[in-house]
Design a protein around this ligand. Structure first.
Ligand SMILES: C[S@@+](CC[C@H](N)C(=O)[O-])C[C@H]1O[C@@H](n2cnc3c(N)ncnc32)[C@H](O)[C@@H]1O
Length: 242
């Protein structure tokens, strides 16, 4: 029930004003504009650059994003090198904005659980999305991401179960109690153990590492982590274009 409510919240997002789709505006549309989740465009660019280096994303390769929203992350990644982008998100308005912001990209409206393994992408990522998936659904979506990825998978900005109590106390303290209840009643996040991510793959096929959140100047880093997967044997050569 609570996760269906998140869907209706995201469904209300999107803008009909396509003239000003700056990175700042894309960040606002994707929910990184207020309170603890506020992120400066320059910090966002550094974050995208850092991820591109960690995954060794090369010119001409493809990056597909689960829960891509209006495309803020793909837009910042595209500034770092020339890549082929695509994404899926269940919020129709946000996908409309992603299409406007990244006209060469290939975007679809749908639940992440409907992700198809074909066509493959070199890199498959999800940023700040896994908190909306109940655990069973998260496992299913992760398997779909792994099937689609020829080289790497990155799940980013994941709520850490170890710091759940502290994280929720901070979230609560940011608002008067009545307003918190009104705004967030029934809207839970899913928190994950780091070990859960390593357990989802066959170590003969995938190397998995989990690392601390690394968005510069982001207050949520202390409660978040990332899981990075690399295929032991990439399905294609790094220069091949998908
Ligand atoms: C915080 S925003 C992040 C957007 C984008 N990943 C970024 O980093 O800019 C979360 C996004 O996840 C999407 N989302 C949440 N649950 C989803 C699901 N089950 N299937 C598809 N999209 C989902 C929302 O619509 C929203 O666009």
């Amino acid at each position: 029930m609570s996760h269906e409510n998140w869907q209706s919240i995201w469904a209300r997002r999107g803008t009909s004003d396509a003239s000003g789709l700056s990175l700042e505006e894309l960040l606002r549309l994707d929910g990184f504009d207020s309170g603890a989740a506020c992120i400066d465009p320059q910090d966002w660019r550094s974050y995208a650059q850092d991820l591109a280096n960690r995954l060794n994303i090369r010119e001409g390769q493809s990056v597909f994003e689960i829960g891509c929203g209006a495309g803020a992350f793909l837009a910042a990644l595209s500034e770092t090198r020339s890549i082929v982008v695509g994404g899926i998100d269940y919020a129709e308005g946000l996908i409309g904005n992603a299409r406007q912001a990244l006209p060469q990209g290939s975007f679809q409206v749908g639940d992440a659980e409907a992700l198809e393994p074909a066509p493959p992408a070199h890199h498959v990522i999800a940023n700040s999305v896994f908190q909306y998936f109940p655990l069973g659904k998260a496992g299913n979506i992760l398997q779909r991401m792994l099937s689609k990825a020829a080289m790497t998978v990155a799940v980013l900005d994941i709520p850490n179960r170890e710091t759940q109590a502290e994280c929720e106390a901070v979230r609560r303290a940011a608002l008067p109690e009545a307003e918190y209840e009104r705004k967030y009643a029934g809207l839970e996040h899913t928190y994950f153990d780091r070990d859960w991510f390593a357990c989802q793959v066959n170590p003969d096929e995938w190397r998995c590492e989990t690392i601390d959140g690394f968005i510069p100047n982001y207050t949520q880093n202390q409660f978040r982590f990332a899981a990075l997967y690399r295929r032991v044997t990439p399905l294609i050569t790094p220069t091949e274009r998908i």
